[in-house]
Ligand binder design. Structure first.
Ligand code: XMP
Length: 590
């Protein structure tokens, strides 16, 4: 078995692309160990890798601070694959020409290839590939030849066979590049000669030994959330050290879904009886949120309150003085700065900023057994440890809980007729360009048929002041009669959302729909009529990591059943369906 700290066979040099972790994950899915390192890692430090991949990134090689690689990697005699920016950098450093592009090429293209080891066993004369670039390689470096082209890009792939240097302008790591996995497989197994050495489950005995080494005779405590990462890390520690030496505290913020706290209690009671304690904190969280409407303020208050609760627990448990170390479920992507939208990061930073925790970290009193694994691998490890599928395969749920799904409003205003539908007097969060927007929502008075999703996309592209489009599924009052109500996060509204969310979850679970989507937020918006002052928005999405997402349509029979049940509930005036992808909308409404 390879050593826990051994060099990976494939090193992915991170040139700033959101895809660098995706590349490493795809290589690992082939059974080959892969890790991400900073782009500038010296060639000497990569001596034990069998191959190097330079990732894509948003920069241009002509920008002064653009990510660089050590040119020594091209002389080390080991194969290198440059992807997108990685290709441009390779061309630039080896004497080729890169042309600055204004327009760029984004989306699907057809790639024509010539025979090359990278395309071995890919027999189609043309393949669909995914492009996302502005600059282009227009002149080959000495020793290279073009091995692939598209209509817009004469050198879409190039190689110097003698030196085993390969580069592609498209992204083989994304699903839209149909044969991308085979290309990565050809590179890793055929060109680099890697062996299949990676299986997360085989690492469990090693992980347990590491936990024992780090803990020594000290005990470990965790803040568990009921999420996959902290649960798997917790159980690993329990199995490594014995239940008596590991303790978990679950903070009940009162912002959880129906039955969540019971679920966590029940699950851990079965896995490690007596090891997890519930800290009820509902009252203080709701008090701190009283009258608050602004989404950013809601987030800030929840983060700060969480920090306070953690600090009190650490102090009252004499943990700082005792023989305790902190366990955390940090996973691989959390350990590397990613350029993504820092949403989850903000809340996580808050939690990590507790001075007590910082003290523990600074004095080396921390164990994080999962820092080399991706989410799917953590799930595999969890399965092997005997964690129930119900816990491992649950949809991700955001730290601030239902607070980001219970919209508040400062104004009372009617809906307004617009050219393409109705403007709802409700603002939601979105991502447009590189920044967050907080804009109005447009509602179609039409059933959310699949074709409507494309219409919604076209509309948001045309009207940048709107970041979200919904379709009316059904209502207890005409859409034209709806208005917004001044509202905040009250216990009543949270209870209403909890009931709606529970009903939607039950029906989508029974029908199997929940297995078709990555996440299914149910949102309460303060829009209705005086007797029914809220509406519900359904937001099922598909995604890989939450960074981008596609709105997913639902079968009509199920949607009608959900809408009927929601409209029978107290206080609910209408049911909408969110048609917007991310970007331009975010997954949560906040
Ligand atoms: P957005 O709304 O930014 O959400 O498109 C992307 C993904 O992140 C989740 N999310 C969070 N997760 N703490 C978390 O642990 C947070 O503060 C947080 N905010 C959003 C969201 O549910 C989605 O999966």
């Amino acid at each position: 078995m390879p050593d826990y700290n051994s060099e990976p066979q494939i090193t992915v040099l991170d040139a700033g692309g959101q895809y660098c972790h995706l590349i490493a994950r795809k290589v690992r899915e082939l059974g080959v160990s892969a890790e991400v390192r900073p782009s500038g890692t010296p060639a000497a430090d990569l001596a034990r890798s069998k191959g190097i991949i330079i990732s894509g990134g948003p920069a241009s090689v002509y920008e002064p601070d653009s990510p660089q690689v050590d040119p020594g990697i091209f002389r080390a005699g080991k194969p290198v694959l440059g992807i997108c920016y990685g290709m441009q950098l390779m061309a630039h450093l080896l004497g080729g020409t890169v042309k600055r592009g204004e327009k760029g090429e984004f989306g699907l293209s057809l790639l024509k290839t010539v025979p090359a080891p990278l395309f071995e066993n890919i027999s189609e004369p043309q393949q669909q590939v995914w492009m996302s670039h502005r600059d282009t390689v227009t002149g080959l470096p000495p020793g290279f030849q073009a091995i692939g082209s598209t209509d817009n890009c004469a050198i879409a792939a190039m190689a110097d066979f003698a030196r085993s240097l390969y580069a592609v302008q498209f992204h083989p790591e994304v699903v839209h590049t149909c044969r991308g996995i085979e290309m990565l497989e050809n590179f890793a197994l055929r060109i680099c000669g890697c062996e299949k050495d990676w299986n997360p489950k085989h690492r469990i005995p090693l992980l347990k030994r590491r936990i024992q080494e780090i803990a020594g005779d000290r005990n470990v405590f965790f803040f568990v959330s009921g999420g996959v990462d902290s649960s798997v890390a917790f159980i690993l520690c329990v199995q490594a050290l014995g239940a008596g030496r590991v303790r978990g505290i679950y903070v009940d913020t009162g912002l959880m879904r129906e039955g969540e706290t019971d679920f966590v209690q029940r699950t851990f009671e079965e896995l490690a009886p007596g090891a997890v304690v519930i800290e009820p904190a509902e009252t203080r969280f709701l008090r701190a949120l009283e009258g608050v409407r602004d989404p950013e303020r809601k987030r800030r208050i929840i983060g700060e309150e969480f920090v306070r609760v953690q600090e009190e627990i650490i102090e009252s448990g004499h943990i700082l003085e005792g023989d305790w170390i902190l366990g955390q479920g940090t996973i691989y992507p959390d350990t590397i700065e990613s350029g993504g939208d820092g949403n989850a990061a903000v809340i996580k930073t808050h939690h990590n900023r507790v001075p007590g925790i910082q003290q523990l970290i600074a004095s080396g009193r921390i164990v994080e057994p999962l820092t080399s694994f991706y989410k799917d691998e953590v799930r595999e490890i969890g399965e092997e440890l005997g964690l129930p599928a119900e816990l491992l395969y649950r949809h991700p749920f955001p730290g601030p809980g239902l607070a980001v799904r219970c919209l508040c409003s400062e104004t009372a205003a009617p809906v307004r007729r617009a050219e393409d539908g109705w403007l709802l007097p409700i603002r939601s969060v979105g991502v447009q360009g590189d920044s967050r927007s907080y804009g109005p929502v447009l509602a179609f008075e039409r059933y959310p048929e699949p074709a409507l999703f494309e219409e919604a996309t076209a509309l948001v592209n045309r009207l940048p002041e709107i970041n979200r489009v919904v379709a009316l599924v059904d209502s207890n009052a005409p859409l034209a009669s709806l208005r917004s109500f001044e509202s905040s996060l009250t216990p009543d509204r949270l209870a209403r959302l909890r009931r709606a969310d529970a009903a939607v979850r039950r029906l989508s679970h029974h029908s199997g729909f929940d297995r078709l989507v990555w996440q299914f937020p149910v949102i309460l918006i303060p829009l209705g009529v005086p007797e029914r002052t809220d509406s519900v928005v359904l937001r099922p999405i598909d995604s890989v990591d939450g960074m981008t997402a596609r709105a997913v349509p639902m079968d009509r029979a199920l949607l009608d059943e959900i809408a009927r049940e929601l409209l029978r509930m107290d206080g609910i005036a209408a049911v909408f369906y969110d048609l917007t992808h991310k970007p331009p909308a975010t997954i949560e409404w906040e």
